[in-house]
Ligand binder design. Structure first.
Ligand code: FES
Length: 154
């Protein structure tokens, strides 16, 4: 990473994660911010930042494919193939309701399961502001000590 010049400290809560050029080259970058493991990724000219460990069982999202499902760009966890929307951290899945008069397969949402963070760019530098959504989000578990032990065990 590039050295920050004197007097160029980012505003409180903003974490410098790299130059735009370096992050584009890397495509996917691991960072630890305030003790939290984050994946910063660049896809189709947009930066995203989300918790690094999958909400399901702590899988490494860095190695997941990115595909569109139900009109949403998602990362597919390499461990058990759960799909997580990049923009919202929503868990989505495809299923058939056997009780429907005419059972048809469609996409469903589990709601927000993966914590996503805000990415901003200034003069070729990229910053992440951690999400401060106060409610527990499932991916939070794998950022804690208990979760770290468990994800290494799996
Ligand atoms: Fe990601 Fe199971 S750990 S789908």
């Amino acid at each position: 990473m590039e050295d920050r010049g004197e007097g160029e400290e980012p505003a409180a809560g903003l974490h410098f994660v790299g130059t735009k050029e370096d992050l584009i080259k890397a495509k996917r970058s691991f960072r630890t911010l305030e003790g939290r493991d984050i994946l910063v990724l660049y896809h189709q000219e947009i930066f995203y930042a989300l918790d690094f460990h999958c909400y399901h069982a702590g899988g490494p999202l860095q190695n997941g494919d990115i595909e569109e499902f139900d009109g949403k760009l998602c990362i597919v966890c390499p461990k058990h193939k759960y799909k997580i929307s990049l923009a919202e951290g929503e868990g989505i899945y495809r299923a058939t309701n056997p009780y429907a008069p005419v059972p048809t397969t469609r996409w469903y949402s589990k709601g927000i399961k993966q914590r996503v963070h805000t990415v901003t760019e200034t003069d070729g530098d990229v910053y992440v502001t951690l999400s401060h959504m106060s409610r527990f989000i499932e991916s939070d578990y794998f950022q804690g000590e208990k979760g770290k032990v468990e994800r290494e065990r799996m």
